[in-house]
Design a protein. Sequence first.
Length: 394
Amino acid sequence: MTNVTTLQSVSHAAVSCGFLGYNRLMERLLDKAIVIACCLATVLAAPFSTGIVVGMLIALTVSGLFELLSIPRFFRWAALVLYCASALFVHQFVLFVPLIAYDCLRTEPAALKGCWIVPLLVAFAFLPMQSFFFVLVLTIAACGLSFRTSQEKDERERFTALRDELREASLSLEQKNRDLQDKQDYEVTLATLNERGRIAREIHDNVGHLLTRSVLQVEALQVTHAGDPSLTDELAQVGATLHEALDTVRVSVHDLHDDSFDLRTQLTSIARDARFPAVDIDYDADFVPAPIGYCFIAIVREALSNAAKHSDADRVRVSVAEYPAFYRLIVHDNGSKPPTDVLVDDLSRIDEGRRGSGIGLRTMGDRTCSLGGVFRAEYQNGFRLFASIPKGES
């Protein structure tokens, strides 16, 4: 679930960045269109010459380079400097300095932000006062547009970053709420199962004991009053009723006890209480009978204890699966080396000469074999325990 939340955040951020990038491009193109239109108005007031056409084409080319992300920054900077330098010698280029000034303010090096000032000052000496004043005002307006667009871009980026942070925090909070809900459901289920087990024990120990004692008393009375047939018949009826009640209580206790056992919940509880960094539970079974479930629980407990004591693993995977003919349990850690006191695939070869060597594994094997199953311990990219129990043996 955490991975899904992260992917949602990343995809949302990517879409937002693409949409904002498109909007910023359109705003810059609109600003440049306004500046170019004003520059052409200035051109109409000046005598037509080839230098004006060439300057306009070069200015459009240089400005277009700034909208191509594939062009290296060095070439963009060089194009600005070359155009400003050319404007010192080709006076008609000055008429399109406002367009160049718009892009100059967007460059990172501070030295290039004001390179358009030099050709504009030189133009004061040869341009008519009216044309120079119009170009100066237009250049200032272009700088204002560029500054406004840059400020809006920064504000939108900050807004987008804040919105993404809020969305990520919201998704994280939703995930935590789901985890808390799952934990609450788990606690409720565990408490319900424990209460069912307690009630089953109370009925078995108290009610069952009282009914058994009543049956024995009735049978004793039958022996005592054997000479009174009418009383004996009545006692026999009472005894039959008590036997039926006792059988019903036994069936109910067994059913209640079976309902109080849930292997998935028990394994989850063991994983949470284990002295281990990470225990992954992979459960794929509809119903596991209590005898097999208790066997699996004992194996998992012992396996986690062994992994914590003797292994260098930091993660254990517990897998339970139900097949048409059998139940299967695998406990697999990611340890880098097998334990020195465990031999692979054959429990009978475990070194019994070493004190305590292999006792836990032998106990796991005995539990599994008592239910007609197969148990195997091996090293396969980590220590691995395998238990398989047929369905008919439970």
